[in-house]
Design a protein around this ligand. Sequence first.
Ligand code: NAD
Ligand code: IPM
Ligand code: MN
Length: 353
Amino acid sequence: MEYKIAVIKGDGIGPEIVGASMKVLDKIGEKYGHKFNYHEVLAGGIAIDKTGSPLPQETVDVCKDSDAVLLGAMGGPKWDNLPGDQRPEAGLLGIRKALGLYANLRPAILFDELRDASPLKPELIGDGLDVLVVRELTGDVYFGEKHREGDEYASDLMNYSRMEVERIAKVGFDAAMRRGKKLTCVDKANVLETSRLWRKIVSEVAEKYPEVEVDYLYVDNAAMQLVINPHQFDVILTGNLFGDILSDESSTITGSIGMLPSASLGQNNFGMYEPIHGSAPDIAGQDKANPIATVLSVAMMLRYTLGLEEEAKNIEDAVEATLKKGWRTGDIATSDDDVIGCQEMAQHIIENL
Ligand code: NAD
Ligand code: IPM
Ligand code: MN
């Protein structure tokens, strides 16, 4: 089969991690007889520099016309003083919205080989960690009306409609049914009206999933529970802002933010696949970035959008085999490990496919 993949490398470490991941995908193509045709398009800071816009229309058009989108990261200090709607991050939010990608799946899994890289005590890790953060991605305070009065006043409206909560709740419960059949709704219902609506709607959707055990936690408590009792979690269902924060936290208890992939899904399994981390300006251009989050995002693309389960599993197994052999980028290394770079890590993964 031939597939058309839109590629947005973005800024900072984006080109390094996406370039490395495309090599892994090419090798999968060679092995299983698929051809991945890449169409590279611009978004983020590099798009601002080259076209004046963080999200050129051509980028949206090419993505819509592709089978899936692979994305690196956007943003960096160079563009930090631009007005909000002209920043690189506006390109990222814009493409998620334009493609209708409302469901963001962020699986935080601790590879057994990385137990030492987790900041949690061994007794808390127990037999491993496996939490899926289901983050709503096209609503919340990210997309509500914004207002600014000079340097005196600012507001961002937090809002959710029934439709938005219902559809992401279904994604969460469906995921729970395929996993440990437990779902924790994370919100701030003791303070926020949006969260009270979430709880109401989530409890209604829950009635259609009697096998799933449902739990409700306030986000402050949930942030704490993740580091003192992570095993209570299976699926965390939450809004855009809380999901952003809790997914970084979840990633780090599984070793590093450089390990955590994501799928941003819309209708008909269409998706954009992106690591959860950012452009890491502090290590950009130095071949230091961990490509695994992006490589695992490619595996999610093969599984969720292209329906190539065997190929996806092959990538995940190759990552595990590479870690087992002791190869580490700086973010997941412990003091006595030899540290390798981004491209070398990808090369080892390819050898283990
Ligand atoms: P970040 O995720 O870029 O970096 C946080 C820390 O994690 C840094 O120390 C960085 O070196 C490290 N890190 C991140 N990815 C890594 C990897 N693959 N391997 C090794 N180490 C890694 O977050 P930040 O510093 O808060 O943000 C930097 C820029 O990225 C900002 O402009 C921000 O808006 C943007 N950002 C973009 C995305 C995205 O495009 N999806 C996500 C988050 C942040
Ligand atoms: C992420 C990022 C983005 C988000 C930013 C860069 C807009 O932090 O993908 O997690 O908050 O969604
Ligand atoms: Mn984030």
